[in-house]
Design a protein around this ligand. Structure first.
Ligand code: SF4
Length: 439
């Protein structure tokens, strides 16, 4: 039996796809092993969004060669789709597969015998037009379930449509089937994942279903305690979805909504499909229905043309928004996108300084959000991760709670009252026996 090991770079989508490729190998009689366990085959799933994708890929290949010098090394993922030739030239790489080929990996490479030249199978991205159902099985508590892939938007900084192709989705019936399978395995929480998740419903270029329809059907799946939506564009986060989540016991009061900039000038240059007023309105609607809902925000700073005034506009806009945490990204040029050719390049120093300012703001927002939850009662789903005798879990509204390790608590939900924030910035809690109502 041949042994295969995996390494994943990048986002939740990549994790769900690596898991699925892993299951395909297992179904074909391969044994899935750890990276260090001298596998016969390595599959490295790459990302194009991370900085230095090239360097990271080289480093993992080197590591792989160290642990198993004769292993067959295969590279898949977004970076493999964007730069197949470049990757095939990395010493030690045996095969590169693009977006349309990665799920056929076992069929295409069959014997996994090394050839004199690396094998490259990467069709044009237009060929990546089928949807492959994927979900991760990393831990017992939470699964990332891919419901949508690709993106039809054309944000001027983003390379994802080039790496993942057009927007396409699974059917509601299939997603519900996967959710039932996941429930049978004992996992309690599903995170709905996609490139542009809210755009769910396109099949062969036609809108046949909607994200709202998906949410309604998943809400009926017995056995899954919690659903979260990984990230949703503000223009696609419709009132009906927010209202439904506010009434649901399974969809958690937690949204992650990319903003990218609080300046309308920059939003237009980015070709985002909303203005800051719409974003503020989404936040207000969420908070009016779910006052303790957690809202996460993605922001890019230092986009070409962003003056200090534009940045301060973003800073002040976010400062005034009732949001809970930020993911901050200094702008970074991507090949084959429009933004690098735009005037008004911002120095790396200024990009980093602006990012630091927003990261400090994020800490303040998070602290304030946590403080607002002290003395309130929630349900915590505890995870498997234990550090120094402490285990952690999440409330419905994404407050991270620390507790003394108790193996009985792993993958279990407990009713608690939040008591205060500890030195590590985690919430502490005491157990309650009162049934927690929806927040
Ligand atoms: S919505 Fe914009 S940023 Fe998001 S994947 Fe599509 S093109 Fe990229």
């Amino acid at each position: 039996m041949k042994k295969v090991a995996f390494y994943t770079l990048g986002c939740k989508l990549n994790y769900s796809e690596t898991s699925t490729i892993g299951r395909i190998f297992q179904e074909r009689g391969f044994e899935k092993v750890e990276f260090t366990d001298t596998p016969d085959i390595y599959v490295i799933n790459t990302c194009s969004v991370t900085d230095n994708a090239d360097k990271k890929c080289r480093k993992i290949v080197k590591e792989a060669q160290k642990y198993s010098p004769n292993a067959f090394i295969t590279i898949v993922g977004c970076y493999a789709q964007l730069k197949p030739k470049e990757i095939s030239e990395i010493p030690g790489v045996d095969a590169v597969l693009g977006a349309a080929e990665k799920f056929q990996l076992v069929d295409i490479l069959e014997t996994f015998e090394k050839k004199e030249q690396p094998q490259v199978y990467a069709s044009a991205i237009s060929e990546a037009n089928t949807f492959h159902n994927s979900y991760s099985f990393g831990d017992r508590t939470r699964t990332f379930l891919k419901v949508q892939d690709g993106c039809d938007y054309s944000c001027t900084f983003c390379t994802i449509p080039l790496a993942r192709g057009n927007s396409r989705s699974d059917s509601i019936a299939n997603v519900v089937r996967s959710a039932n399978e996941i429930a049978e395995s004992g996992v309690k929480e599903i995170v709905l994942t996609g490139v542009n998740t809210g755009d769910f419903g396109l099949q062969d270029g036609e809108r046949v279903e909607t994200f709202y329809g998906l949410v309604q059907e998943l809400d009926k799946v017995e056995g899954i305690d919690r659903f979260r939506i990984s990230s949703i564009e503000p223009n696609l986060l419709k009132d009906e979805i927010i209202e439904f989540v506010s009434q649901s016991n399974r969809f958690m009061p937690h949204f992650h909504v990319p903003l990218q900039s609080g300046s309308n000038k920059i939003l237009k240059l980015m070709r985002r499909r909303y203005l800051r007023e719409l974003y503020a309105d989404r936040v207000a609607t969420i908070k009016s229905l779910m006052p303790h809902c957690c809202i996460g925000v993605d922001v890019i700073v230092g986009f070409p043309g962003e003056t200090e005034e534009d940045f301060l506009e973003t800073y002040n806009f976010i400062n005034g928004l009732d949001v809970s945490y930020l993911h901050v990204f200094p702008y970074s040029e991507r090949e084959n996108t429009m933004a690098p050719d735009m005037p008004g390049k911002v120095s790396i120093k200024d990009r980093n300084r602006r990012a630091d300012m927003l990261r400090i703001l994020s800490e303040k927002k998070k602290r304030f959000f946590y403080e607002q939850n002290i003395c309130r009662e929630f349900t915590v789903l505890f995870e498997d991760d234990v550090k120094d005798g402490v285990m952690e879990g999440w409330t419905e509204n994404y407050v991270r709670v620390a507790a003394k390790y108790d193996p009985v608590l792993v993958n279990e939900t407990k009713h608690v009252r939040l008591t205060g924030i500890n030195e590590q910035g985690l919430m502490e809690a005491e157990e309650t026996y009162i049934e927690v109502l929806k927040h």
